[in-house]
Ligand binder design. Structure first.
Ligand SMILES: Cc1ncc(COP(=O)(O)O)c(C=O)c1O
Length: 377
């Protein structure tokens, strides 16, 4: 986290105003306007988490029982669980072996007449191949919801991620490029969908005691909005430092045999959130677990494909087996038979390193020193 007096002063101002909810205050509204401008979209809707953003985005598109949504298995659980929250079916497609983001060729193979949306994840500041995904989506009239939680500020073909799909979803959890403690945002250019997102965020209630659809209380608080406004001003600087730190690690690792740095596709201008390294176990004589054990500052990143977790293997969501046994679905799906070669290999070779603005040059150099030592073993 990277908070200073400015955020503290902003929080005090909110408290002095005595207005702590967006229903009465103006800070969330300001943050929404500033965020929409930054991303380059017409609308931004502030919510209390990135998970809520995904839940609402799917609900706004009326995705529900019997519908399939394609996701990568190499991501945080919320990308897939938000589909279950809407009683729809997550279908996993493989990831690209270089960018680790959703592989458009694999997506093509997973599309059925039940596919309603694709959720590409812009991973660690690297954008998914939106142009190829958009071609597929347009051909089959499928919506794209961008999960941009980890890529605030990333560009894809010159445009900010979160402005390319039907809807974009962001998280402001403390590890993200900017934070509001907890928090999230939905972005869109579609006026009607923006209205629906606002409705769903607030009990489906457009005015007091009028209930027009099923909704939740997913509102962002004024304190979150005020912190977000300050953080957003600092975002370009944060990105500059994160990118510089990532570049330092990548340049150093390019000289180390047996470890490789993140691949940046041509279409992407990254806003690195963390740095993903990859080992060649044969070359360095260590498997991933041995490597990470000897490198305590490194982090395990998504240790297995999501479809291999208990939730999917045993299909434990709603009582009575929903959404999988829902009569609207009428198909059998067994995640035990899912086999996606790229993600299954990559999860055995990958690790992550911090590059946040509080990292010192000495921290970065120490990480390089350890990687050099481990690779020589
Ligand atoms: C890819 C991805 N999607 C969704 C989320 C969910 O965001 P939150 O933790 O704010 O609910 C996160 C992060 O935490 C994430 O990394």
């Amino acid at each position: 986290m990277n908070l200073s007096n400015e955020e503290q002063e902003a929080v005090i101002k909110v408290m002095e105003s005595q207005m702590l909810t967006l229903l009465h205050g103006t800070y969330v509204k300001q943050f929404e306007e500033n965020f929409a401008n930054y991303i380059g979209v017409k609308h931004a809707i502030g919510v209390n988490t990135g998970t809520a953003a995904l839940h609402i985005a799917l609900a706004a598109l009326d995705i529900g029982p019997g519908d399939e949504v394609i996701v990568p298995p190499f991501t945080f659980i919320a990308t897939a669980s938000s589909i279950l929250h809407n009683n729809a079916i997550p279908i996993f497609a493989d990831i690209d072996p270089k960018s680790y983001t959703l592989d458009p060729e694999s997506v093509k193979e997973k599309i059925t007449n039940r596919t309603k949306a694709i959720i590409p994840v812009h991973l660690a500041g690297i954008s998914a191949d939106m142009e190829s995904l958009q071609k597929i989506a347009e051909r089959d009239a499928i919506h794209i919801i961008e999960d941009a939680a980890q890529s605030i500020g990333t560009l894809c073909n010159g445009k900010k991620v979160g402005s390319l799909g039907t809807l974009g979803c962001f998280s402001f959890y403390p590890s993200k490029n900017i934070t509001t403690g907890e928090g999230g945002m939905i972005t869109t250019n579609d006026d009607k969908l923006a209205d629906q997102c606002r409705l769903i965020r607030h009990h489906g209630e457009p005015s007091w005691y009028v209930y027009n659809r099923l909704g939740y209380n997913y509102r962002m608080t004024e304190i979150q909005g005020a912190i977000g406004n300050v953080q957003l001003k600092k975002l370009p600087k944060f990105i500059e430092v994160r990118n510089r730190n990532a570049e330092f690690l990548s340049n150093a690792v390019d000289q180390i045999e047996g470890i490789s740095s993140p691949f940046v596709p041509e279409y992407c201008k990254p806003a690195f959130n963390y740095w993903i390294g990859r080992i060649n176990p044969k070359e360095i004589g260590l498997n991933k677990n041995q490597f990470i054990e000897r490198f305590p500052k490194s982090k395990v990143l998504y240790p297995k494909p999501l479809y291999k977790t208990k939730l999917f293997q045993e299909k434990i969501a709603y009582p009575k087996g929903c959404p999988w046994s829902c009569p609207f679905y009428g198909k059998e799906i067994d995640y035990k038979t899912v086999s996606l070669p790229n993600v299954e290999l990559i999860t055995t070779e990958i690790f992550a390193l911090d590059i946040h603005p509080k990292m010192t040059q000495a921290d970065l150099e120490e990480n390089v020193r350890i990687m050099r030592k481990l690779a020589k073993n």
